[in-house]
Design a protein. Structure first.
Lengths: 380, 401
């Protein structure tokens, strides 16, 4: 983390470099912005052909050990794929599926790992059901209940913002079980009794659902190891911060390009509007915010999992990437003038993505609150 | 031949021990934080003696050629020594312009005579250097410099004035950008670059009082001051190229500096300490949620600067917009310092209103002073506003303003 002169070091592997190159080209070819608009308008939840390509590139198994069919790398390598996808506003279940796999790796039983991890490597989509109608970011604030009945668990309550629930072969649900938090795996059959309703969400590249679990029951063998469920929730939260940061850094870079293109071509009062400092300077500020966030992102990726420093780093990355994408996309709308107020202008797509990502796993202010508690109360 | 890791570790231990043992004691007065702030003779002599001590110990100019007074060793060793100075927060090396700008310039482009005449005095602080670039009417527009250097036989005659001459009172030499040809086809081609003596007839250094109430900057007036043509460095009419090369050294874009640090930046850890000491509603200020949020933002921002440098060393992670981090580091760093200092003032509550000189001022009023002085970096070397233009145009490709 630190070199002999106590300067921070960013670890960056050959695999990361290679994946970054491949993913940058892939995202550019497969996700031009008109594709994002087609995705928004599409009736199907998922673009199967692109998903299959991502699966065949091995991206679903990047952070899964080889014994389960993955590449045995880590989340740092997943970051290098997620960032370019975020730049092009790709809406895919890659992040949610990766997060479910991470939870299974941390707290799954040998049987659960043996069944689900190979399937995920082969493209099975997994969804996360963590958020509840109260909207609290604290993942331990649970009203969904699991009540034991013999060798089964009977669920009740509602989860919201479950993305790709209808495409998913597996849904990971956080529940309160005997006053403790627990995680339950539901396959398609178990979900049969649930009421699944499509949500209208701000990021229209997403397919999001509200699930009412009343009457759903599963075998207790679907419970992740209870003694490890707190660790699994922590892993999900920190990995989500990391991958959302990657997605947002990518988005910030994309929207900066979008607004810069406009400032270089649009003329008013006989001048290219990019020559006006009132527009130029804030775009440079956005670039500086992106540069800082991206440095934090790759630092956090390199030390992910480190006991304290790892959590500090992902929260800083999420806070700064959130601020960067928020500021860049907000200004991009404004700097497109009248066109910026229309649905046809791409700036709004990035602004919607920013709000979506900020709403997931805590916005910048929430992260800073957590950081303050971690850093400022240690008496030195 | 580069030293191996074991040698480097041994050297680092040696340097660490030397600075721990030899660091100067508190002089009993407030020290400046950079060469731009040296306002009193007692500050100047204290700092000059310290630089000489570091040079005599062999930790300055280590990679400069031995025949001119350097150490003739590897840059890696100098970098280790420099970082140790920063780490231990020992006083900075006060002959900054000589060590970082004039010195590397002379070693790069100077004649043999110039190297022999100037390099050693730069290192041991015997010869202090100052810079004659900015003029009262040409701050950010350096290429428009108007100070006249009129050729007259084997001499040039200087008329006009330069401003913001740090260390001007103590300087023996100046690097000077002056206009030698009024008829040149464009403003840049009429410029030449000189290494001139300061203690000659016709040069008058007049102190400028800074916003802090202290001195340190000067305006230098030239009235028929005569210098020899041997003072030229580079070609007559080639001054703009030499000035650009000098700025590249100044901004750290090119290596070759003598080493040593030139500035003592404030760190957020000092402000966190201040927040523990300061009071809000009968409690330590660090318990106030708004203050905590600001502290976290500053901690992240300080870390951003270090992490940006770390990322800049990884090529694939800067491929998208090359040069972005290097070009924005001055803007990001100087604006961070300004905001950090400002926040440190507000933390002091009612006591923020004390100033240097009052015995009740927190830490001798150093935060009040450093807040004001932080503007020297957001204005000097190209204002933050000019930096925004440069980054917007060169990194993002936006049209010129």
């Amino acid at each position: 983390m630190w070199d002999a002169d106590q300067r921070p070091v960013i670890k960056f592997s050959d695999e990361q470099e290679q994946l970054l190159g491949v993913a940058t080209n892939f995202a550019r070819d497969k996700f031009p912005l008109d594709r994002a608009r087609k995705r928004i308008a599409a009736s199907e939840d998922l673009d199967r052909s692109v998903w299959e390509e991502m699966v065949s590139l091995g991206w679903l198994g990047i952070a899964i050990p080889e014994e389960f069919g993955g590449s045995g790398l880590g989340l740092a390598e997943v970051v290098t794929v997620v960032e370019p996808l975020g730049r092009h506003l790709a809406g895919t279940p890659l992040v949610s599926t990766t997060l479910v796999a991470q939870a299974i790796l941390v707290a799954g039983t040998p049987a659960q790992k043996g069944v689900w991890l190979p399937k995920i490597c082969q493209g099975a989509i997994a969804a996360l059901a963590l958020v509840e109608p109260h909207g609290d970011w604290n993942l331990k604030h649970l009203t969904v209940q699991a009540r034991p009945e013999g060798d089964r668990l009977v669920l009740s309550g509602i989860k919201t913002f479950v993305t790709d629930a209808l495409s998913a072969e597996l849904v990971l649900v956080s529940v309160a079980l005997a006053n403790a938090q627990a995680l339950v795996l539901l396959d398609k059959a178990a979900l049969g009794a649930a009421v699944i309703e499509r949500e209208v969400v701000i990021d229209e590249t997403r397919r999001s659902y509200r699930i009412k679990f009343d009457g759903v029951s599963v075998a207790t063998t679907n419970l992740l190891q209870p003694s490890l469920s707190a660790a699994a929730l922590k892993q999900i939260d920190e990995a989500a911060c990391l991958l959302l940061s990657a997605e947002m850094c990518g988005g910030a870079s994309g929207v900066i390009d979008t607004v810069v293109d406009y400032l270089k071509t649009r003329k008013q009062f006989g001048r290219l509007i990019g020559s006006y400092q009132a527009l130029k300077h804030p775009v440079v500020d956005a670039l500086l915010m992106l540069d800082a966030a991206r440095s934090h992102l790759y630092y956090a990726a390199g030390i992910f999992g480190d006991p304290i420093e790892g959590e500090l780093a992902v929260r800083m990355a999420k806070a700064l990437a959130g601020d960067a994408l928020t500021f860049a996309s907000d200004r991009a709308i404004q700097f497109h003038g009248g066109f910026g107020f229309t649905y046809d202008c791409d700036a709004q797509l990035y602004r919607r993505r920013a709000i979506w990502c900020e709403a997931q796993h805590g916005d910048a202010a929430h992260q800073r609150r957590k950081l303050a508690d971690m850093m400022l109360d240690l008496q030195t | 031949m580069s030293p191996d890791k074991q040698d480097l570790d041994a050297f680092r231990r040696e340097v660490r021990a030397w600075f721990e043992k030899n660091r100067p004691a508190d002089p009993g007065f407030l020290l400046p934080q950079s060469f731009m702030e040296v306002g009193t003779d007692e500050q100047f002599y204290f700092l000059r003696d310290w630089q000489r001590k570091v040079y005599d110990a062999g930790y300055l100019g280590m990679a400069w050629p031995k025949e001119y007074g350097g150490g003739g060793k590897s840059q890696t060793l100098q970098d280790i020594a420099t970082r140790e100075m920063v780490r231990q927060k020992v006083p900075f090396m006060t002959n900054t312009i000589g060590l970082n700008w004039a010195g590397p310039l002379i070693l790069n482009m100077g004649s043999e005579d110039q190297k022999n005449a100037y390099i050693k005095g730069i290192l041991n602080a015997e010869d202090i250097w100052c810079q004659g670039f900015s003029e009262p009417d040409n701050g950010s527009d350096l290429g428009n410099a108007q100070l006249r250097a009129e050729p007259d036989g084997k001499e040039f005659v200087l008329n006009g004035s330069k401003i913001w001459t740090s260390l001007g009172k103590h300087a023996k030499y100046m690097i000077l950008l002056a206009r030698t040809n009024l008829a040149a086809t464009n403003k840049y081609e009429g410029l030449s670059f000189f290494l001139i003596p300061m203690k000659i007839a016709g040069i008058d250094v007049v102190p400028i009082r800074k916003l802090t109430g202290e001195f340190g900057f000067n305006q230098t007036f030239f009235a028929d001051a005569r210098i020899s043509e041997s003072c030229l460095i580079g070609q007559e009419g080639g001054g703009w190229q030499v000035a650009m090369a000098t700025l590249a050294f100044e901004r750290g874009a090119v290596g070759g500096q003598a080493g040593g640090h030139s500035m003592m930046s404030k760190e957020v850890s000092e402000v966190v300490r201040l927040a523990r000491a300061a009071q809000r509603n009968g409690h330590p200020a660090i318990e106030d949620p708004v203050i905590r949020d600001r502290l976290v933002q500053l901690i992240m921002e300080e870390r951003s600067l270090a992490l940006n440098s770390a990322r800049a060393r990884i090529k694939p992670l800067v491929a998208e917009r090359p040069g972005s981090i290097d070009m924005s580091s001055k803007l990001a760093g100087s604006e961070y310092q300004r905001r950090l200092n400002q926040f440190a003032l507000s933390l002091q509550g009612a006591n923020a209103a004390y100033y240097v000189g009052d015995k009740n001022a927190y830490e001798r009023g150093q935060w009040q002073r450093s807040y004001f002085n932080s503007f020297s970096a957001t204005i000097g070397g190209g204002t933050s506003e000019i930096q925004h233009n440069i980054i917007g145009e060169r990194v993002l490709g936006l049209p010129k303003s």
